[in-house]
Design a protein around this ligand. Structure first.
Ligand SMILES: CC(C)c1onc(-c2c(Cl)cccc2Cl)c1COc1ccc2cc(-c3cccc(C(=O)O)c3)sc2c1
Length: 232
């Protein structure tokens, strides 16, 4: 019946979830969050290192999404550039909402709150983090939601929308079934999950302003971040 996850959907999901678990920021990078001192300057430098490492992880994860590498090459770049910030909000939300055994949750929040981001962005950012936390997503949902976010057809400069939709649709279908499976008493859970994707879009705009205000204070980013965010 409709809700059953088929054999091929199971295999499809396994590829994405295994890739999501395989591609993580290396321990020697994330453990710095616990070690370095807490100045706004040091926090910004650490968060820049995390974001840079996260983009590298994201690229590797994306290359393993079935069908992604057969998309037009320019569209591949457009999808990565258009979804990087949203994927990183999802990743940092996961760290902030799951009490990480290694204490990353507390230190990450502290460093984000004291890294030169102006107050006006703190509220929407941490509201998002709270709303993601309340969903108590299982790992498969996190992996698929990230893949669905990356394969969003209407990113700037994407030429072949239908080709991206053809990849996103099966993932949305598996995600819908997963939600029914893992949250049987919440029939609206899938809809709430997709609602988070809308909230992510608004965070993109805030993030663009965050970048501008950081650059006004002459904060430096890495070459990879400059490339993905079209700065400097
Ligand atoms: C350039 C830098 C200052 C910046 O500019 N905007 C943002 C941003 C901020 Cl603030 C918030 C949301 C999105 C963005 Cl994009 C950032 C920092 O972005 C990141 C991106 C990913 C991760 C993953 C982490 C993380 C920690 C522990 C464990 C793990 C883990 O995966 O185990 C991951 S921290 C981290 C910081």
């Amino acid at each position: 019946e409709k809700a059953e996850i088929t054999k091929e959907q199971q295999a499809f999901m396994k590829v994405i979830v295994d890739s999501y678990n395989r591609h993580q920021i290396p321990q020697d990078v994330t453990k710095k969050l616990l070690q370095e001192q807490y100045s706004a300057e040091e926090n910004f430098i650490l968060l820049t290192e995390m974001a840079t490492s996260q983009v590298q992880v994201l690229v590797e994860f994306t290359k393993n999404i079935p069908g992604f590498l057969s998309l037009d090459h320019e569209d591949q770049i457009a999808l990565l550039k258009g979804s990087a910030v949203e994927a990183m909000f999802l990743r940092s939300a996961q760290v902030l909402s799951t009490k990480m055994p290694n204490g990353h949750t507390e230190v990450l929040e502290e460093r984000i709150r004291n890294s030169g981001i102006s107050e006006e962005f703190m509220t929407p950012m941490f509201n998002f983090y709270k709303s993601i936390g309340k969903l108590h997503m299982v790992q498969e949902e996190q992996a698929l939601l990230t893949a669905v976010t990356i394969l969003t057809p209407d990113r700037p400069f994407v030429k072949d929308h239908p080709a991206v939709e053809r990849l996103q649709e099966p993932m949305l279908e598996v995600l819908r079934k997963l939600c029914a499976l893992h949250h049987p008493r919440e029939p609206q859970y899938f809809a709430r999950l997709l609602g988070r994707l809308t909230e992510l879009r608004t965070l993109n705009h805030y993030h663009t302003e965050m970048l501008t205000s950081w650059r006004m204070n002459d904060q430096k980013f890495t070459p990879l971040l400059c490339e993905i965010w079209d700065v400097q």
